[in-house]
Design a protein. Structure first.
Length: 559
């Protein structure tokens, strides 16, 4: 769990285990009677959605329906789904997708979220201020925690009008609304004909806690003090008007970004801690950011590199010692990261990617790092330009490792073993050919990039220029210049970088490569990242000292 996955959500969901998810929230691209307007603008997004709506509403519904079919399969029997849409296709989505797949009996509500207030265009037409969230469960037994919102000002004024040393409170009647079994007298106070609404033991407990209000007149009614600071709030239904759209500094550059409070309410209502939350249209990452903060497990899928990386940086900003780790799954693996990975971890991982069984014990193994299902040995060299001496040593090791298997493979003209490395030199390749031709021994050389797709990160350089100075500090302009064969998507900046902690982007999404920031006097460490079209990233770290003048005293690229 806890993965950001780059790719087509349909293909990824098809490879996920059935009934493995507790809650799904999806905010798919809205149908607006025209071709979908690309949000991020990167190549992955454009490829995925190109001509998707050329066939009109029917095409759109079919495209979305096949994905919701997979979501229904992935949900546990107690799971729920919230599908976010607007007026352009809300009716069609309910009737032709959700009712058919989940069943009308599992419809739990249509949440109406007022995302904005009326503007000047409301003078000319009826303004649409709301989105719809269709809410369905998979069965009649589903997770649901009551939803509470803030009390309105009028409610607070009318009811929370009492105060004591413990705080502000309102009074709740302790007598029953209908006949009940609790008809005892308490400290000279008698209930009405319906009795009290709690047993004597509970009344005594509340009294000891100082929560009972005793009227001076014994004929008055006992009441319970309900303190504002411990009340959960007002129970809510399906009309949500108390959550504002994302404004100001909370925006990350994603035009359809949803407020965290909206996702917090959904996740708290339909999941519990450690449950699994899936967002198959990740977008700006709000779902996984909130799920992570609320101690849920999560999966986020998007076809856009920018969506994945922006979500990663948002998650980094809230990471602490108690946060769960998460994984980024791109189309390609970072060559440098694999090359510098812990040797044992790399051996185990690449053998598994090759379809083999890694050697966990690493003892009496003749230098073998794993084997295939039929027992054929596998050796891993986390190096480039592997030479002939490795081939010679490996041949002898294969024979000693399992003599019977070695003989069997040789007679069947099958590989007696496999060597995995980043590259092989001419001597190794020639020796493998000689063994096959002259001794009828086949050794397979496997390059890492033939097993998993890999790519090299961009090249990045950063230039600095002082642009101004005042009593608040010195302004410095950063000019980031990056090169990648696939093209650069965006830049991010951490102006208080600490290499022992995750990259904490203060500017997450910069398309220009130019940013200006004001620094106070002292030493500062700044990190700039460049992300390319495949999600590969480069980082440049700059250290400056701001006194009477700006001094660039250390600059280096991190591996």
């Amino acid at each position: 769990m806890n993965q950001l996955i780059l790719g087509d959500n349909l293909e990824i969901m098809r490879n996920m285990k059935s009934e493995s998810v507790d809650l799904i929230y999806l905010d798919p691209p809205f149908f607006s009677n025209r071709n979908y307007e690309v949000i991020w603008g990167d190549e992955g997004e454009i490829r995925s959605f190109q001509d998707r709506w050329a066939g009109g509403i029917e095409h759109y519904i079919e495209w979305l329906k096949e994905r919701v079919v997979e979501m229904h399969r992935l949900l546990k029997s107690t799971g729920s789904i919230y599908l976010h849409c607007d007026w352009h296709a809300d009716a069609e989505i309910k009737i032709f997708i959700l009712n058919k797949i989940f069943g009308e009996n599992n419809f739990r509500g249509d949440i109406i979220w007022q995302r904005t207030n009326a503007h000047n265009d409301a003078k000319k037409k009826l303004a649409v201020l709301t989105d719809t969230l269709w809410y369905y469960s998979k069965s009649d037994k589903f997770i649901y925690n009551p939803i509470y919102g803030d009390y309105g000002e009028k409610y607070l004024k009318d009811f929370y009008k009492y105060e004591d040393e413990k705080g502000t409170y309102r009074l709740g009647d302790l007598t029953n609304t209908k006949p009940g079994p609790y008809n005892y007298e308490y400290k000279g106070y008698k209930p009405n004909q319906n009795g009290w609404r709690c047993p004597l033991e509970k009344m005594i407990e509340w009294d000891k806690q100082g929560l009972i209000n005793f009227p001076e007149n014994k004929k008055g009614r006992l009441s319970l003090k309900r303190y504002l600071d411990i009340e959960k709030g007002a129970l809510l239904g399906n009309i949500w008007t108390d959550i504002n759209n994302v404004q100001g500094n909370a925006r990350i550059g994603y035009p359809t970004q949803k407020p965290e409070k909206l996702l917090e309410r959904i996740i708290l209502a339909s999941s519990n801690e450690d449950d699994i939350v899936l967002d198959p249209f990740l977008g700006g990452g709000t779902t996984v950011v909130v799920a992570d903060r609320l101690k849920r497990q999560w999966l986020g899928i998007d076809q856009s590199v920018q969506a994945i990386k922006v979500s990663e940086f948002r998650l980094n900003k809230q990471q602490n010692l108690f946060s769960s780790s998460f994984e980024i799954k791109l189309h390609k693996y970072d060559y440098d990261r694999l090359f510098n990975m812990n040797a044992f971890d790399f051996e185990r991982w690449i053998v598994e990617q090759f379809g083999g069984i890694p050697n966990i014990k690493q003892r009496n193994d003749f230098g073998m790092d794993g084997k295939l299902r039929d027992g054929t040995p596998v050796q891993v060299k986390q190096s480039e330009s592997i030479g002939r001496n490795v081939i010679d040593n490996f041949k002898s090791a294969c024979e000693r490792y399992d003599k019977a298997l070695y003989k069997k493979n040789k007679e069947a003209k099958s590989p007696v073993g496999y060597i995995i490395a980043f590259s092989f030199n001419k001597g190794a390749i020639e020796e493998v050919s000689r063994l096959k031709m002259q001794e009828n021994i086949e050794i397979k050389l496997m390059r890492v990039d033939a097993i998993v797709p890999i790519a090299k990160k961009p090249k990045l350089s950063v230039e600095l220029k002082e642009t101004g100075r005042d009593t608040k500090g010195t302004s410095i302009e950063f000019s980031a210049i990056a090169e990648s064969s696939t093209g650069i998507e965006f830049y991010s900046y951490d102006y208080d970088y600490d290499e022992t902690k995750p990259f904490n982007a203060e500017v997450i999404l910069d398309k220009t490569g130019k940013q200006t920031f004001k620094f106070k006097p002292g030493s500062h460490t700044i990190a700039v990242k460049a992300i390319d079209n495949e999600g590969m990233e480069a980082i440049e770290v700059v250290k400056i000292k701001v006194n009477g003048e700006v001094e660039l005293f250390n600059k280096n690229s991190l591996p």
